[in-house]
Design a protein around this ligand. Structure first.
Ligand SMILES: [Zn+2]
Ligand SMILES: [Zn+2]
Length: 368
């Protein structure tokens, strides 16, 4: 049940609430933030069978985050959905794929333009002759437009400027830290940041070679793969990869098992796009981040977006300022969403909710 809050109630409540303080920094180099996470595991991906010949490559937490991939085997080669944040990660998955099939990789599909989903394309392009790289038309535009957001070729230049500063900060922090576990984590993060910088300094963009305007059905070696643009969501151009016979869908970041990242998104369209996705018959979701999820996860994730939008709109109608909303709304939404949205070391509820409120406020209420 929705209760209406007066501005006074908002301020009173704000006074006794522990604030989830979050500031939005335009220069933040990450779609998903660089994370002080548990990054010690050696294997980058866990290849989990989802249906016969279909795998979810679940990414281990890393300081520079990697997205999941969907790996689809056919009689005529392999189709891989998304390629992570760097060529070395894509190469690591490539080796894991080679361990389960000798078939060549024929196609890479990029679900959207964000840095952590396409910067590994190059690894496949260098190793797989006649590789096709497929994305939506809007994603191809996003990959080359300077103002698209957290991804694309112009964003690589931004990272080349930002990561050295990040490395400096990590060094300074390390110098101030004596607690052994924290020190070990910072050392690992520093190493990963340095390796990442070295990789992007050598970066050779491998852009999509084929685009999808609305829909495309691939009949790949006996397997039907539908590529669908269902509307704007996490970005303008999100592509859903649907296997009708296996009842599996790979969603990129339009549907994840973390808190959503809304900065380049379209909150109200996103809800409608997920409604459109729900019309398809699938039982399992390979999300852009987090573990493989059942169909029911769609309603939960969409519920968060629509509750967030409704709360921000209501608060605005009650006269609350953005700062007041950021103090009050996280606790109001927490009982329903905090636990389930904080299952992993990355992308947790309290880490993102303030920024989500800010983005919904900017895009839905202020109309920016
Ligand atoms: Zn992502
Ligand atoms: Zn993304």
């Amino acid at each position: 049940m929705k209760e209406s809050w007066t501005r006074r109630q908002f301020i009173e409540r704000a006074g006794v609430t522990v604030a989830a303080v979050q500031t939005f920094n335009n220069l933040d180099p990450c779609c998903v933030f660089a994370a002080d996470a548990q990054t010690v595991r050696e294997e980058l991906f866990d290849l989990k069978p989802v249906a016969d010949g279909v795998y979810a490559a679940i990414a281990a937490p890393r300081y520079k985050v990697n997205c999941n991939a969907a790996v689809i085997l056919t009689n005529d080669g392999v189709v891989v959905v998304d390629s992570h944040s760097k060529p070395s990660a894509a190469h690591a998955l490539y080796r894991q794929i080679q361990a389960i099939t000798r078939q060549p990789i024929r196609k890479i599909i990029n679900t959207h333009f964000h840095w952590d989903h396409w910067q590994g394309n190059q690894a496949y392009a260098e190793r797989c002759p006649d590789l096709e790289i497929i994305a939506s038309q809007r994603t191809l535009e996003g990959l080359t437009r300077p103002d698209a957001g957290s991804g694309g070729i112009p964003y690589v230049d931004k990272q080349l400027a930002a990561v050295p500063k990040e490395i400096e900060q990590l060094r300074e922090e390390l110098g101030r830290t004596s607690e052994p576990a924290r020190k070990a984590r910072l050392e690992s993060n520093l190493r990963q940041a340095q390796d990442y910088l070295a990789e992007i300094q050598q970066f050779k963009p491998a852009l999509p070679t084929r685009t999808v305007a609305d829909a495309l059905t691939l009949n790949e070696g006996g397997r039907e793969i539908e590529l669908m643009v269902l509307g704007r969501a996490h970005t303008d151009g999100d592509l859903f990869i649907y296997l009708p016979r296996e009842k599996v869908v790979a969603t990129g970041d339009a549907l994840i098992d973390w808190m959503p990242f809304i900065n380049d998104g379209y909150p109200e369209d996103w809800v409608r796009t997920l409604n459109a996705l729900e019309a398809f018959d699938f039982t399992r979701i390979i999300p852009g981040h987090g573990e493989v999820a059942p169909r029911e996860h769609l309603a939960f994730f969409r519920g968060y977006l629509s509750d967030l939008i409704a709360s921000v709109k209501q608060a605005a109608a009650d006269g609350a300022t953005l700062q007041e909303m950021k103090r009050v709304l996280p606790d109001r939404l927490a009982p329903k969403y905090e636990r389930a949205m904080s299952k992993y070391p990355l992308g947790q509820y309290r880490e993102r909710v303030g920024l989500n409120i800010e983005m919904v406020h900017r895009k839905v209420v202020a109309g920016g």
